[in-house]
Ligand binder design. Structure first.
Ligand SMILES: [Zn+2]
Length: 158
């Protein structure tokens, strides 16, 4: 069961949004993500600096690590986890996702937020675990998100 604390100031983003306490299932995702962090140097950069784990709305769990490579050709751990899920099933709904580095849980970068938004039908409802105790929905981290299903002449709903 998720406990909801509404409209509390977020320490990390200096704004007000709905913060939910992580569940036991979420804590398992955090532990899996922590186990993935094994930074290794390779000729073209560093891999495994960040581990990410996601759970779909159907309860499937997928994981991945980041690849920080030269010339900007790497990508985030969230990308790897999401790509692994899409490899298995093209139409996924990401329920919850978490990314961890050696210092703890980190929020997704802007590119990963956009990836989650455009990939799932209800991407803005995806839960993002922000630390060991709290999670928020993607809509709070990516307000007024672009929707590929909307034509360029349509305005977002207010
Ligand atoms: Zn990212």
């Amino acid at each position: 069961m998720n406990l909801v604390r509404t409209l509390e100031p977020c320490k990390r983003f200096f704004c007000y949004h709905r913060i939910v306490i992580v569940s036991e299932e979420d804590s398992k995702l955090i532990e899996i993500a922590k186990s993935l962090v094994k930074e290794e140097r390779i000729p073209g950069g560093v891999v495994g600096e960040v581990g990410a784990v996601m759970r779909t709305s159907e309860g499937e769990v997928f994981s991945g690590v980041c690849m920080h490579l030269v010339c900007g050709i790497g990508f985030c751990a969230e990308h790897t986890a999401i790509a692994t899920a899409v490899t298995r099933k093209s139409n996924i709904q990401i329920d919850t996702i978490v990314a961890v580095n050696k210092n703890g849980i980190i929020p997704p970068c802007g590119r990963c937020r956009e990836l989650m938004n455009v990939l799932s039908e209800n991407g803005s409802n995806t839960w993002i675990i922000l630390d060991d105790n709290e999670k928020v929905q993607l809509a709070d981290l990516l307000p007024r998100a672009w929707l590929p299903r909307r034509s360029s002449t349509e305005r977002p709903e207010a």
